[in-house]
Write a protein that binds this ligand. Structure first.
Ligand code: NI
Length: 427
Protein backbone atom coordinates (compact mmCIF):
# COMPACT_ATOMS: atom_id res chain seq x y z
CA UNK A 1 0.00 0.00 0.00
CA UNK A 2 1.39 3.41 -0.96
CA UNK A 3 -0.11 6.77 -0.08
CA UNK A 4 0.75 10.22 -1.41
CA UNK A 5 -0.16 13.22 0.75
CA UNK A 6 -0.18 15.80 -2.02
CA UNK A 7 0.54 19.53 -1.64
CA UNK A 8 -0.10 19.54 2.08
CA UNK A 9 1.27 21.68 4.93
CA UNK A 10 3.92 19.52 6.60
CA UNK A 11 5.05 20.21 10.15
CA UNK A 12 8.84 20.54 10.16
CA UNK A 13 11.10 19.56 13.10
CA UNK A 14 11.60 23.28 13.83
CA UNK A 15 7.86 23.65 14.46
CA UNK A 16 6.96 25.47 11.23
CA UNK A 17 4.64 24.29 8.49
CA UNK A 18 5.72 24.17 4.85
CA UNK A 19 3.79 23.07 1.73
CA UNK A 20 5.15 19.79 0.47
CA UNK A 21 4.19 16.26 -0.61
CA UNK A 22 4.86 13.15 1.46
CA UNK A 23 5.06 9.71 -0.11
CA UNK A 24 4.51 6.65 2.07
CA UNK A 25 5.16 3.11 0.91
CA UNK A 26 4.55 0.14 3.17
CA UNK A 27 5.43 1.08 6.73
CA UNK A 28 7.70 4.01 5.97
CA UNK A 29 7.94 7.55 4.67
CA UNK A 30 9.85 7.33 1.39
CA UNK A 31 10.10 10.98 0.39
CA UNK A 32 9.22 14.49 1.50
CA UNK A 33 9.08 17.21 -1.16
CA UNK A 34 8.39 15.87 -4.62
CA UNK A 35 6.90 12.39 -5.06
CA UNK A 36 9.58 9.99 -6.38
CA UNK A 37 9.64 9.85 -10.17
CA UNK A 38 7.45 7.15 -11.67
CA UNK A 39 5.81 6.33 -8.35
CA UNK A 40 2.12 5.62 -8.55
CA UNK A 41 0.43 5.86 -5.19
CA UNK A 42 -2.45 3.50 -4.42
CA UNK A 43 -4.11 6.42 -2.76
CA UNK A 44 -3.67 10.17 -3.08
CA UNK A 45 -4.74 12.44 -0.22
CA UNK A 46 -5.48 15.96 -1.43
CA UNK A 47 -3.64 18.34 0.88
CA UNK A 48 -5.94 21.32 0.32
CA UNK A 49 -6.59 22.95 3.70
CA UNK A 50 -4.83 20.09 5.44
CA UNK A 51 -1.73 19.78 7.64
CA UNK A 52 0.34 16.63 8.12
CA UNK A 53 2.11 16.21 11.44
CA UNK A 54 3.93 13.35 13.14
CA UNK A 55 1.58 11.24 15.24
CA UNK A 56 1.57 12.48 18.83
CA UNK A 57 3.33 10.43 21.49
CA UNK A 58 1.72 10.21 24.92
CA UNK A 59 4.66 9.52 27.26
CA UNK A 60 2.71 8.80 30.42
CA UNK A 61 -0.77 7.36 30.71
CA UNK A 62 -2.89 4.57 32.12
CA UNK A 63 -5.17 3.79 29.19
CA UNK A 64 -7.70 1.59 31.07
CA UNK A 65 -8.45 4.51 33.40
CA UNK A 66 -10.92 5.93 30.88
CA UNK A 67 -13.36 3.86 32.97
CA UNK A 68 -12.87 6.31 35.83
CA UNK A 69 -13.33 9.48 33.81
CA UNK A 70 -15.31 12.08 35.72
CA UNK A 71 -16.03 9.88 38.71
CA UNK A 72 -13.55 11.28 41.27
CA UNK A 73 -13.19 14.98 40.58
CA UNK A 74 -12.60 17.97 42.84
CA UNK A 75 -11.26 15.96 45.80
CA UNK A 76 -7.75 15.99 47.38
CA UNK A 77 -5.03 13.88 45.73
CA UNK A 78 -4.63 11.34 48.54
CA UNK A 79 -8.42 10.81 48.76
CA UNK A 80 -8.55 10.60 44.98
CA UNK A 81 -5.90 7.85 44.87
CA UNK A 82 -6.38 5.81 48.04
CA UNK A 83 -10.11 6.21 48.76
CA UNK A 84 -11.57 6.47 45.32
CA UNK A 85 -9.42 5.14 42.45
CA UNK A 86 -7.59 2.22 44.10
CA UNK A 87 -10.78 0.59 45.54
CA UNK A 88 -12.41 0.89 42.10
CA UNK A 89 -9.36 -0.65 40.43
CA UNK A 90 -9.58 -3.62 42.79
CA UNK A 91 -13.02 -4.40 41.35
CA UNK A 92 -11.95 -4.27 37.70
CA UNK A 93 -11.68 -7.55 35.79
CA UNK A 94 -9.29 -8.11 32.86
CA UNK A 95 -12.28 -7.87 30.52
CA UNK A 96 -13.29 -4.49 32.01
CA UNK A 97 -9.75 -3.24 31.41
CA UNK A 98 -9.79 -4.54 27.84
CA UNK A 99 -12.85 -2.48 26.87
CA UNK A 100 -11.69 0.58 28.81
CA UNK A 101 -8.30 0.35 27.06
CA UNK A 102 -10.02 0.21 23.67
CA UNK A 103 -11.99 3.30 24.69
CA UNK A 104 -8.66 4.98 25.48
CA UNK A 105 -7.24 4.06 22.08
CA UNK A 106 -10.44 5.29 20.43
CA UNK A 107 -9.93 8.65 22.11
CA UNK A 108 -6.20 8.79 21.37
CA UNK A 109 -6.64 7.99 17.67
CA UNK A 110 -9.49 10.50 17.42
CA UNK A 111 -7.16 13.21 18.75
CA UNK A 112 -4.04 12.35 16.76
CA UNK A 113 -2.01 10.17 19.15
CA UNK A 114 -0.27 7.21 17.53
CA UNK A 115 1.99 5.93 20.34
CA UNK A 116 1.76 5.80 24.10
CA UNK A 117 3.47 4.53 27.23
CA UNK A 118 0.77 2.69 29.16
CA UNK A 119 1.14 1.62 32.79
CA UNK A 120 -1.60 -0.96 33.22
CA UNK A 121 -2.90 -3.69 35.55
CA UNK A 122 -3.45 -6.76 33.34
CA UNK A 123 -0.80 -7.64 30.75
CA UNK A 124 -2.85 -9.98 28.56
CA UNK A 125 -5.66 -7.47 28.04
CA UNK A 126 -3.29 -4.51 27.57
CA UNK A 127 -1.49 -6.45 24.83
CA UNK A 128 -4.73 -7.68 23.23
CA UNK A 129 -6.28 -4.21 23.09
CA UNK A 130 -3.13 -2.61 21.63
CA UNK A 131 -2.74 -5.41 19.08
CA UNK A 132 -6.35 -5.18 17.94
CA UNK A 133 -6.29 -1.38 17.76
CA UNK A 134 -2.98 -1.66 15.80
CA UNK A 135 -1.52 1.32 17.68
CA UNK A 136 2.13 1.66 18.64
CA UNK A 137 2.34 0.88 22.34
CA UNK A 138 4.99 0.69 25.02
CA UNK A 139 3.49 -1.35 27.83
CA UNK A 140 4.38 -1.80 31.48
CA UNK A 141 2.60 -3.41 34.36
CA UNK A 142 2.40 -1.15 37.42
CA UNK A 143 4.54 -2.81 40.13
CA UNK A 144 4.38 -2.07 43.81
CA UNK A 145 5.48 -3.67 47.06
CA UNK A 146 8.55 -4.62 49.06
CA UNK A 147 11.58 -6.83 48.47
CA UNK A 148 10.46 -9.15 51.30
CA UNK A 149 6.83 -9.15 50.22
CA UNK A 150 6.73 -12.64 48.64
CA UNK A 151 2.96 -12.74 48.05
CA UNK A 152 2.70 -9.16 46.76
CA UNK A 153 5.61 -7.30 45.22
CA UNK A 154 7.78 -10.35 44.50
CA UNK A 155 4.91 -12.20 42.88
CA UNK A 156 4.04 -9.22 40.69
CA UNK A 157 7.66 -8.85 39.56
CA UNK A 158 7.96 -12.57 38.74
CA UNK A 159 4.69 -12.47 36.83
CA UNK A 160 5.71 -9.34 34.92
CA UNK A 161 8.96 -11.03 33.90
CA UNK A 162 7.12 -14.12 32.63
CA UNK A 163 4.50 -12.05 30.81
CA UNK A 164 7.11 -9.89 29.11
CA UNK A 165 9.09 -12.92 27.95
CA UNK A 166 5.86 -14.43 26.57
CA UNK A 167 4.91 -11.35 24.51
CA UNK A 168 8.17 -9.56 23.80
CA UNK A 169 9.22 -9.47 20.17
CA UNK A 170 5.94 -10.95 18.91
CA UNK A 171 4.47 -7.73 17.51
CA UNK A 172 6.73 -5.00 16.08
CA UNK A 173 4.31 -2.29 17.27
CA UNK A 174 4.49 -3.39 20.91
CA UNK A 175 7.42 -3.10 23.30
CA UNK A 176 7.81 -3.28 27.07
CA UNK A 177 9.25 -1.47 30.07
CA UNK A 178 9.39 -2.35 33.74
CA UNK A 179 7.15 0.01 35.69
CA UNK A 180 7.71 0.28 39.43
CA UNK A 181 4.81 2.52 40.44
CA UNK A 182 6.40 5.19 42.68
CA UNK A 183 8.94 5.81 45.48
CA UNK A 184 6.11 5.69 48.04
CA UNK A 185 4.59 2.38 46.86
CA UNK A 186 7.88 0.46 46.35
CA UNK A 187 10.58 0.02 48.99
CA UNK A 188 14.30 0.42 48.31
CA UNK A 189 15.06 -3.29 48.04
CA UNK A 190 12.20 -3.76 45.61
CA UNK A 191 13.35 -0.88 43.42
CA UNK A 192 16.91 -2.27 43.39
CA UNK A 193 15.63 -5.69 42.38
CA UNK A 194 13.47 -4.17 39.66
CA UNK A 195 16.41 -2.11 38.35
CA UNK A 196 18.64 -5.22 38.32
CA UNK A 197 15.99 -7.19 36.45
CA UNK A 198 15.57 -4.35 33.93
CA UNK A 199 19.33 -4.35 33.30
CA UNK A 200 19.49 -8.12 32.94
CA UNK A 201 16.51 -8.21 30.54
CA UNK A 202 17.69 -5.08 28.67
CA UNK A 203 14.41 -3.28 29.42
CA UNK A 204 13.85 0.44 30.03
CA UNK A 205 11.95 1.57 33.13
CA UNK A 206 9.27 4.12 33.94
CA UNK A 207 8.11 5.39 37.31
CA UNK A 208 6.08 8.22 38.88
CA UNK A 209 8.52 10.69 40.50
CA UNK A 210 8.06 13.71 42.77
CA UNK A 211 4.39 14.09 41.91
CA UNK A 212 2.99 15.42 45.20
CA UNK A 213 4.14 17.23 48.34
CA UNK A 214 3.00 14.23 50.34
CA UNK A 215 5.43 12.01 48.43
CA UNK A 216 8.31 14.42 49.13
CA UNK A 217 7.53 14.33 52.87
CA UNK A 218 7.05 10.54 52.98
CA UNK A 219 10.38 9.87 51.25
CA UNK A 220 12.17 12.51 53.37
CA UNK A 221 10.91 10.87 56.59
CA UNK A 222 11.74 7.34 55.51
CA UNK A 223 15.00 7.81 53.61
CA UNK A 224 16.18 11.35 54.49
CA UNK A 225 16.48 12.40 50.86
CA UNK A 226 14.41 13.49 47.87
CA UNK A 227 12.54 10.97 45.68
CA UNK A 228 15.02 11.59 42.82
CA UNK A 229 18.03 11.00 45.14
CA UNK A 230 16.32 7.89 46.50
CA UNK A 231 15.64 6.47 43.02
CA UNK A 232 19.19 7.25 41.93
CA UNK A 233 20.52 5.36 44.94
CA UNK A 234 18.30 2.40 43.99
CA UNK A 235 19.67 2.39 40.42
CA UNK A 236 16.37 3.24 38.76
CA UNK A 237 17.53 6.35 36.90
CA UNK A 238 19.21 5.72 33.54
CA UNK A 239 19.08 7.31 30.10
CA UNK A 240 16.29 4.86 29.21
CA UNK A 241 14.14 5.72 32.24
CA UNK A 242 10.95 7.75 31.81
CA UNK A 243 10.27 9.69 35.03
CA UNK A 244 6.64 10.81 35.06
CA UNK A 245 5.63 14.15 36.63
CA UNK A 246 8.86 15.62 38.18
CA UNK A 247 6.85 18.43 39.82
CA UNK A 248 8.92 19.01 42.96
CA UNK A 249 12.61 19.07 42.05
CA UNK A 250 15.59 20.59 43.85
CA UNK A 251 18.54 21.92 41.83
CA UNK A 252 20.37 18.77 42.93
CA UNK A 253 17.54 16.61 41.56
CA UNK A 254 17.77 18.36 38.19
CA UNK A 255 21.56 17.71 38.19
CA UNK A 256 20.87 14.01 38.71
CA UNK A 257 18.29 13.91 35.88
CA UNK A 258 20.78 15.59 33.53
CA UNK A 259 23.71 13.42 34.63
CA UNK A 260 21.76 10.20 34.21
CA UNK A 261 20.09 11.32 30.96
CA UNK A 262 16.62 10.61 32.38
CA UNK A 263 13.54 11.44 30.29
CA UNK A 264 11.09 13.60 32.24
CA UNK A 265 7.45 13.09 31.17
CA UNK A 266 5.55 16.26 32.10
CA UNK A 267 1.79 15.99 32.78
CA UNK A 268 0.57 19.58 33.16
CA UNK A 269 -3.20 18.97 33.14
CA UNK A 270 -3.12 16.08 35.62
CA UNK A 271 -0.78 17.96 37.96
CA UNK A 272 -3.04 21.02 37.95
CA UNK A 273 -6.26 19.08 38.35
CA UNK A 274 -4.99 17.09 41.32
CA UNK A 275 -3.65 20.26 42.91
CA UNK A 276 -0.10 18.95 42.79
CA UNK A 277 1.48 22.01 41.22
CA UNK A 278 3.66 22.82 38.24
CA UNK A 279 6.83 21.06 37.08
CA UNK A 280 9.83 23.42 36.68
CA UNK A 281 9.87 23.03 32.90
CA UNK A 282 11.65 26.31 32.12
CA UNK A 283 14.49 25.45 34.51
CA UNK A 284 14.68 21.88 33.17
CA UNK A 285 14.86 23.18 29.60
CA UNK A 286 17.71 25.54 30.52
CA UNK A 287 19.64 22.75 32.22
CA UNK A 288 19.11 20.33 29.32
CA UNK A 289 16.78 17.72 30.85
CA UNK A 290 15.27 15.48 28.15
CA UNK A 291 11.56 16.38 28.10
CA UNK A 292 8.43 14.67 26.83
CA UNK A 293 4.71 15.06 27.48
CA UNK A 294 1.95 12.85 28.87
CA UNK A 295 -1.71 13.13 29.77
CA UNK A 296 -1.66 10.68 32.71
CA UNK A 297 -4.87 8.65 33.07
CA UNK A 298 -8.37 9.89 32.28
CA UNK A 299 -9.21 9.66 35.99
CA UNK A 300 -7.03 12.69 36.64
CA UNK A 301 -6.84 14.57 33.31
CA UNK A 302 -9.84 13.84 32.38
CA UNK A 303 -8.94 13.19 28.76
CA UNK A 304 -6.22 11.51 26.71
CA UNK A 305 -6.13 14.43 24.29
CA UNK A 306 -2.55 15.66 23.83
CA UNK A 307 -3.74 18.93 22.25
CA UNK A 308 -5.09 20.01 25.65
CA UNK A 309 -1.80 19.19 27.35
CA UNK A 310 0.31 20.94 24.70
CA UNK A 311 -1.76 24.11 24.94
CA UNK A 312 -1.88 24.00 28.73
CA UNK A 313 1.88 23.47 28.97
CA UNK A 314 2.69 26.61 26.97
CA UNK A 315 0.14 28.89 28.64
CA UNK A 316 0.98 27.64 32.12
CA UNK A 317 4.71 28.30 31.89
CA UNK A 318 4.28 31.70 30.29
CA UNK A 319 1.97 32.63 33.15
CA UNK A 320 4.15 31.12 35.87
CA UNK A 321 7.40 32.66 34.61
CA UNK A 322 5.92 36.02 33.61
CA UNK A 323 7.66 35.56 30.26
CA UNK A 324 5.56 35.25 27.10
CA UNK A 325 8.60 33.79 25.32
CA UNK A 326 8.77 30.81 27.71
CA UNK A 327 7.83 27.32 26.39
CA UNK A 328 6.72 28.07 22.83
CA UNK A 329 4.59 26.10 20.39
CA UNK A 330 7.67 24.47 18.85
CA UNK A 331 8.80 23.30 22.32
CA UNK A 332 5.44 21.68 23.04
CA UNK A 333 5.30 20.02 19.62
CA UNK A 334 8.82 18.68 20.06
CA UNK A 335 8.01 17.22 23.48
CA UNK A 336 4.81 15.65 22.14
CA UNK A 337 6.45 14.10 19.05
CA UNK A 338 10.16 13.42 18.73
CA UNK A 339 10.87 13.97 22.46
CA UNK A 340 8.27 11.36 23.37
CA UNK A 341 9.39 8.96 20.67
CA UNK A 342 13.01 8.97 21.87
CA UNK A 343 11.92 8.67 25.51
CA UNK A 344 9.90 5.58 24.59
CA UNK A 345 12.85 4.07 22.73
CA UNK A 346 11.15 4.53 19.35
CA UNK A 347 14.07 5.59 17.16
CA UNK A 348 12.28 5.84 13.83
CA UNK A 349 9.06 7.70 14.64
CA UNK A 350 8.29 11.26 15.72
CA UNK A 351 9.47 13.17 12.65
CA UNK A 352 8.36 13.48 9.04
CA UNK A 353 11.43 12.58 7.00
CA UNK A 354 12.45 9.82 4.61
CA UNK A 355 13.12 6.49 6.28
CA UNK A 356 10.95 7.15 9.33
CA UNK A 357 7.97 4.92 10.13
CA UNK A 358 4.72 6.40 8.78
CA UNK A 359 2.99 7.39 12.03
CA UNK A 360 1.12 10.46 10.82
CA UNK A 361 -1.82 12.68 11.72
CA UNK A 362 -3.83 14.72 9.22
CA UNK A 363 -5.37 17.94 10.56
CA UNK A 364 -8.36 19.52 8.84
CA UNK A 365 -7.51 23.23 8.76
CA UNK A 366 -10.91 24.15 7.39
CA UNK A 367 -12.12 25.50 10.71
CA UNK A 368 -12.81 29.15 11.46
CA UNK A 369 -10.52 29.09 14.49
CA UNK A 370 -7.59 27.95 12.34
CA UNK A 371 -8.01 30.60 9.62
CA UNK A 372 -6.15 32.36 8.11
CA UNK A 373 -3.08 30.11 7.74
CA UNK A 374 -0.60 32.67 9.08
CA UNK A 375 1.22 29.99 11.05
CA UNK A 376 -0.57 26.62 10.99
CA UNK A 377 1.98 25.10 13.41
CA UNK A 378 1.35 27.77 16.00
CA UNK A 379 -2.41 27.32 15.51
CA UNK A 380 -2.03 23.68 16.53
CA UNK A 381 -1.02 24.77 20.02
CA UNK A 382 -2.92 28.00 20.61
CA UNK A 383 -6.14 27.43 18.63
CA UNK A 384 -6.69 23.73 17.94
CA UNK A 385 -8.64 21.45 20.27
CA UNK A 386 -7.90 17.99 18.80
CA UNK A 387 -11.34 17.86 17.17
CA UNK A 388 -9.67 18.83 13.87
CA UNK A 389 -7.93 15.45 13.55
CA UNK A 390 -9.26 13.90 10.34
CA UNK A 391 -7.08 10.86 9.68
CA UNK A 392 -4.39 8.97 11.57
CA UNK A 393 -1.87 6.53 10.18
CA UNK A 394 0.23 4.11 12.23
CA UNK A 395 2.98 2.11 10.56
CA UNK A 396 1.63 3.04 7.12
CA UNK A 397 -1.99 2.00 7.83
CA UNK A 398 -4.93 4.33 8.36
CA UNK A 399 -6.47 3.62 11.77
CA UNK A 400 -8.65 6.72 11.52
CA UNK A 401 -9.73 7.35 7.95
CA UNK A 402 -11.60 10.62 7.42
CA UNK A 403 -13.14 10.34 10.88
CA UNK A 404 -13.90 6.59 10.69
CA UNK A 405 -12.02 4.16 12.94
CA UNK A 406 -10.81 1.17 10.95
CA UNK A 407 -9.77 -1.18 13.78
CA UNK A 408 -12.13 -0.36 16.67
CA UNK A 409 -15.92 -0.74 16.93
CA UNK A 410 -16.72 2.48 18.75
CA UNK A 411 -20.37 1.67 19.52
CA UNK A 412 -19.45 -1.70 21.04
CA UNK A 413 -16.73 -0.04 23.14
CA UNK A 414 -19.23 2.52 24.50
CA UNK A 415 -21.75 -0.25 25.28
CA UNK A 416 -19.26 -2.50 27.10
CA UNK A 417 -17.63 0.28 29.14
CA UNK A 418 -21.01 1.59 30.26
CA UNK A 419 -22.01 -1.93 31.28
CA UNK A 420 -18.95 -2.09 33.55
CA UNK A 421 -19.65 1.37 34.99
CA UNK A 422 -23.17 0.26 35.93
CA UNK A 423 -21.74 -2.82 37.70
CA UNK A 424 -19.25 -0.65 39.60
CA UNK A 425 -22.05 1.68 40.61
CA UNK A 426 -20.56 4.61 38.71
CA UNK A 427 -23.44 5.00 36.30
NI1 NI B 1 0.29 8.14 36.34
Amino acid sequence: MSVLFKDIYVLTPSGRAEKSSVYVSGERIVSVGEAPEGSKADRVIDGKDRLLMPGLVNSHTHVYMTMFRSCADDIPFSDWLFRRIMPLEDQMTPDDCYWATLLGYTEMLSTGTTASLDMYVFTETAVRAAEEAKVRAVLCRGLSGGADDEAGGKRRLDEAQKEISAYRGKNPLISFMLGPHAPYTCDEGYLKETAELAASLDLPMTIHVSESKNEIETVREKYACTPVEFLDRAGVLTDRTVAAHCVFLTDGDIDILVRRGVNAAINPVSNLKLGNGVAPVVKMQKRGVKLCLGTDGAASNNALNMFRDMGCLCLLHKGMSGDAAAVGAADALKMATVGGARALGLEDVGEIKPGMKADLTVIDLDRPWLRPFNDPASSLIYSATGSEVESVMVNGKFLLDKGELTTIDRERVYYETEKTCRRLGLL
